[in-house]
Design a binder for this molecule. Structure first.
Ligand SMILES: Cc1ncc(C[n+]2csc(CCOP(=O)(O)OP(=O)(O)O)c2C)c(N)n1
Ligand SMILES: [Mg+2]
Length: 558
């Protein structure tokens, strides 16, 4: 057994667990880890802000199922990265935030940039701890991976004192970690079939963590064989091909009212994987607590999610993968009873996603100035291959993305379930790291984009050729909408004076151009795809259209 530095032990552990990329802003507190990375083979993406680095790691975790690794320095770095920890928690994404810490000899003196990492991150992360001994790093890191990936995945934060990383130890590695994946019992499947046998208006609600290509294929097979309608939870639209006759839409922000009615009218809800959280349940109003009117089957890998608010008729602590594989292996329940119900739900969905002229500016009878976002996204969906990744952050613009871009393959939607702004561009860059040959598009609001615009430098430096669509309405539109509802006409804090986004992109070395109207979008999008470098399109949209089909003027008059 050789002597290795703490930094080397950390690197060897990451490598043994299949980590092939990490995201950082460097700090003098973890030079020994950086030095270990010098010899490869992990690809290190150096970023311009820790929030972006952490968001990239969240996206890496969501795409791969392995913890996204983010390296930051003590107080200033860790606090800037904290948004990624919160997003990973709400998104059930495996994340490992490694924080360089002050040396053990000065810990507790409020030394330069010292931060009590376990105290600060304890309530936000799934687990937060601090290393005290280089010889125990294998134990600590193995536990970190185990916690981040097992049951309901989530973020782990580890503080690594600089002297622990620089010191050497003679210690063996832990084994590569295998996540504990809870499975379904045969009796639960029998009960599920029994409940389905007695149902007339069943509805599957799919989402949450742990999806793979295989799980998505199993869902499709199970749903189509039994002609079950499948709705998806907030920002889990890629777990079932949206072209499937079973796909009936998402329960996100501004959901299809016809779908909401169907949830109310359903007599059996089968929630496969999602939390029954605030957005998915329309602020906890869509389902009655603690006993919903519908019979409820709730499948979730986290024990704490089951029966915590809604009491299910059948609670199954299982990950979606093994649950769906087991469901697929039993004979399908015949769907004759609810065929018409499923077809009607599908028709509701198809009507809902058809963009109409004037839904957001553009040509047509109700012509509005600027780019019609619905039409542009529909054009983008026709143009892109099925495996293209679309990333977004938070803002009303994302409602158009959810509604008018149809997701076809698992792992193609990257959007924070926490509703955090500043996620889209970093997530897109991580997607390009994980899938270098795929097309990756980030859609961002003008407010949203400027929270992480500096990462265009990261994109150019690391040759991550993503396309960024900035939806430019000159305002924090979402908040303006709420403001006009609550305090009509009293506009404060929501107007934005923007830079020239296309020129900004060019200053970073990316391509950039403004798009003034819907007709100009397809050709501009082609040029962005073919730019051979990161490219940005500044989509000028009508600020008066505050949400699909909702005019600000109408809102005020109400
Ligand atoms: C990090 C963060 N800060 C603040 C908010 C509150 N917030 C939600 S949407 C929004 C405005 C988004 O503006 P923009 O990106 O321009 O999108 P738009 O609503 O105009 O389409 C704000 C400030 C948030 N969700 N996340
Ligand atoms: Mg805006």
């Amino acid at each position: 057994m050789q002597h290795r530095t703490g930094g080397q032990i950390v690197l060897d552990h990451l490598r043994a667990n299949g980590i092939d990329a990490a995201f950082c802003v460097p700090g003098e507190s973890f030079l020994a880890v950086l030095d270990a990375l010098y010899d490869g083979p992990i690809r290190l993406i150096t970023c311009r802000h820790e929030a972006a680095a952490a968001n990239m790691a969240v996206a890496y975790g969501k795409l791969t199922g392995r913890p996204g690794v983010c390296l930051v320095t003590r107080g200033p770095g860790a606090t800037q990265a904290s948004v990624g920890v919160h997003t990973a928690a709400q998104d059930s994404a495996p994340l490992l935030l490694l924080v360089g810490q002050v040396g053990r000899a000065v810990r507790g003196r409020e030394a330069f940039q010292e931060l009590d990492v376990p105290a600060v991150f304890g309530p936000m992360a799934k687990w937060a701890a601090e290393a005290g001994d280089p010889a125990r790093l294998p134990e600590l890191l193995a536990r970190a991976f185990q916690v981040a990936t097992s049951g309901r995945p989530g973020p782990v934060v580890l503080a690594l004192p600089e002297d622990v990383l620089a010191a050497s130890a003679r210690v063996g590695d832990a084994r590569p970690v295998r996540a504990v994946v809870p499975r379904v019992a045969p009796a639960d499947l029998a009960r599920l079939r029994e409940l389905l046998g007695g149902a007339r208006r069943p509805l599957v609600l799919a989402g949450g963590p742990g999806w793979t290509e295989a799980a998505a294929a199993d869902l499709r097979s199970v749903a189509e064989a039994a002609r079950l309608p499948v709705a998806v939870s907030f920002r889990s639209q890629d777990v079932l091909d949206n072209r499937s006759p079973s796909y009936v839409g998402d329960l996100g922000v501004s959901p299809n009212p016809a779908l909401v009615e169907r949830v109310r009218a359903a007599d059996l809800l089968i929630a496969v994987g999602p939390r029954l959280g605030a957005i998915t349940t329309g602020g906890y109003r869509l389902l009655e607590a603690p006993i919903p009117r519908q019979r409820l089957v709730h499948v979730h890998p986290g024990l704490a999610e089951l029966g915590g608010l809604y009491q299910p008729d059948l609670a199954v602590q299982a990950a979606v993968g093994p649950f769906l594989a087991a469901w697929r292996s039993v004979p399908p329940v015949r769907g004759d009873t609810w065929t018409a119900w499923t077809e009607a739900a599908r028709a509701n969905y198809q009507a809902w996603v058809r963009p109409w002229p004037g839904a957001g500016g553009g040509a047509g009878p109700a012509a509005r100035p600027g780019v019609d976002l619905g039409q542009a996204l529909a054009a983008m969906r026709e143009r892109l291959p099925d495996d293209a990744v679309v990333a977004s952050g938070a803002g009303n613009y994302s409602i158009w993305v959810h509604r008018y871009f149809q997701f076809r393959r698992h792992g193609t939607q990257l959007a924070p379930k926490s509703g955090a702004m500043g996620f889209g561009l970093p997530a897109a860059l991580a997607a390009k790291v994980v899938h270098p040959r795929r097309t990756v598009v980030a859609v961002a609001g003008d407010g949203d984009f400027l929270m992480t615009a500096q990462e265009l430098a990261t994109a150019v430096q690391h040759r991550l050729e993503v396309v960024v669509l900035v939806v430019n309405n000159g305002r924090y539109g979402t908040i303006r909408m709420h403001q006009e509802r609550a305090y009509p006409g009293r506009v404060i804090g929501t107007e934005l004076q923007n830079p020239d986004f296309a020129a900004l992109a060019r200053a970073y070395g990316a391509a950039g151009e403004p798009v003034a109207d819907t007709a100009a979008f397809p050709a501009a999008f082609e040029r962005a795809l073919a730019a051979g470098r990161p490219a940005l399109l500044d989509l000028r949209v009508d600020p008066g259209t505050i949400a699909p089909g909702l005019e600000l003027s109408t809102l005020r008059r109400r």
